[in-house]
Design a protein around this ligand. Structure first.
Ligand code: AMP
Ligand code: FE
Ligand code: FE
Ligand code: ZN
Length: 275
């Protein structure tokens, strides 16, 4: 059996592995293809594709866009997007700016709570990455203000934490439209964590083409459920590890054993939209 991993993060967002190194890691665990799907950025796509060429593994261009519906975070994956599409790039630039302001606001709130965290440390840890809560958490650890990063989420920057600041996000409908107009296939990312399946029919009307079924947060029966739900709506199903690097996130690269037929289905979907 041949396997792929269609959900991998790099240092361009909140992953710990550089896009240049991901293809080698993937080859080591025997994968046939990966997709680099960073949060709200495509900065790692070309770097990953080039490294993939050298390592002899396919790297599918991808992105994972942040959207919000009511109070729920809904992530939308975009596969085979044109990462040079001007509209996509301009939306991603807005994300970058807003994430910077948001991280600064979280630091301000932490300071008010008596934690002497410097914003510079957060920026340094994020490097070129799309600034996110994992970077804030790691900065708190580095400055010895907490003992590990899950403490940051539990006490301060988790959803209802005192220093939590919501993210700038699109509506699912806008994210779907932007992905489609950049030539990509929009896929509902880890729907089990959103627990808002009632949104799916509307998203399908807006152009959703797939549902992520294989994901570390989905137990086996949920995986089967989403594969069937995708079939019911005439969608493809996809999957991946949501790998963020050692000690960050829960999945190891390749852990989801996603059959290569999933990638073939995605490609078929891509051909169908182009006729
Ligand atoms: P952000 O996009 O800045 O809101 O950060 C979201 C990221 O934080 C997710 O992609 C995870 O990598 C990480 N994350 C969210 N909740 C937790 C948690 N409770 N513990 C550890 N990491 C988390
Ligand atoms: Fe993440
Ligand atoms: Fe996600
Ligand atoms: Zn992800």
């Amino acid at each position: 059996m041949n396997y792929v991993d269609l959900h991998v993060h790099s240092t361009c967002s909140d992953g710990l592995v550089r896009p240049e190194e991901l293809p080698n890691l993937a080859v080591k665990v025997g994968l046939e293809a990966i997709s680099i799907t960073d949060h709200d950025t495509v900065a790692g796509v070309e770097r990953g594709i080039e490294a993939g060429r050298e390592a002899g593994i396919e790297v599918v261009p991808g992105v994972e866009l942040s959207t919000i519906s009511g109070e729920t975070d809904i992530h939308i994956l975009g596969y085979f997007i044109d990462w040079r599409n001007p509209e996509l790039l301009s939306v991603l630039e807005t994300f970058r700016r807003k994430r910077y302001d948001r991280a600064r606001e979280m630091v301000r709130r932490l300071n008010k709570l008596g934690l002497n965290l410097s914003f510079d440390t957060v920026v340094e840890i994020a490097g070129d990455g799309a600034l996110g809560r994992p970077h804030v958490a790691e900065a708190l650890v580095r400055e010895n203000l907490i003992s590990n990063s899950s403490e940051a989420f539990d006490r301060y920057i988790g959803y209802h934490g005192p220093a939590y600041v919501p993210k700038y996000a699109l509506s699912p409908k806008d994210a779907i439209r932007i992905i489609i107009s950049a030539g990509g296939i929009p896929v509902f990312s880890h729907p089990g964590t959103a627990n808002r399946d009632e949104l799916i029919p509307g998203m399908v009307r807006d152009g959703l083409m797939g549902i992520e079924a294989y994901h570390p947060m989905h137990p086996a029966e949920l995986r089967r459920y989403y594969i069937n739900l995708a079939k019911k709506h005439g969608l493809v199903h996809t999957g991946g590890s949501d790998y963020h690097g050692e000690g960050r996130g829960i999945g190891q690269i390749g852990c989801e054993m996603v059959p290569i037929s999933v990638l073939e289905d995605l490609r078929r979907c891509l051909r169908m939209r182009r006729v």
